[in-house]
Design a protein around this ligand. Structure first.
Ligand code: SAM
Length: 187
């Protein structure tokens, strides 16, 4: 995969920071997978819950730029929002991301737009309530990608049970990074 030199420099810097601990960013392998998935599925409206310093956001923004999608990301810690903005600016990707510096749980209660692609990476015990808030806004065929489903499988038991058993979803587990559950919304 070829990545713009400017973006790769920011990605590599964040990978070094992540190795020092305390950041909880996705792995590069996960980033590459998300990017390829977006190029393949071509969503029109994308959402991320939990941007942190923007490592995953950079991969998603590259995908959004490529397919021309609108992309919203939520992050509610002010210091992280500051880093997120700075990293997106350094990578020249800021114009492809609509940063919502607020609590996703609050904002999803009054969400209006239809969504085709969701990356869940906030608090693990909130994935299920967040998905339920989003459900009325999901387009048929929308993809919901949940991170940490292997590393945090106990906290995510209720979420995983729901997307595996509810007929509105078709789900599969990918052993990539800390584990991704990919669920297609069948409507
Ligand atoms: C695991 S980190 C995200 C890592 C990032 N996705 C990456 O891979 O580079 C989780 C982030 O979600 C944020 N977060 C958790 N719950 C949130 C909420 N309800 N609304 C907005 N941000 C939230 C936290 O502040 C934290 O920065």
């Amino acid at each position: 995969m070829t990545i713009d030199e400017k973006i790769d420099k920011v990605l590599q810097k964040l990978e070094e920071l992540n190795q020092q601990g305390g950041q909880w960013n996705i792995s590069r392998e996960t980033g590459e997978f998300l990017y390829e998935l977006i190029l393949d599925k071509k969503p029109q409206v994308m959402m991320e819950i939990g941007a942190s310093n923007g490592y995953s956001t950079l991969w998603l923004a590259m995908g959004a730029r490529h397919v021309g999608a609108k992309f919203f990301t939520f992050e509610f810690v002010p210091d992280k929002v500051r880093d997120l903005v700075a990293n997106l600016q350094k990578a020249n990707l800021i114009q492809y991301v609509d940063i919502i510096p607020d609590d996703a749980n609050k904002r999803l209660k009054r969400w209006q737009e239809k969504v085709d692609f969701v990356f869940l990476d906030g608090r693990k015990n909130e994935y299920l309530p967040q998905l339920k808030l989003l459900e009325p806004h999901l387009n048929q065929g929308a993809l919901i990608v949940a991170d940490n489903v292997i590393s945090h499988k106990h906290v995510l038991e209720d979420y995983l049970y729901y997307v595996a058993n509810d007929k509105k979803y078709q789900s599969e587990l990918k052993d990539i990074g800390t584990g991704l559950e990919i669920s297609k919304f069948l409507g």
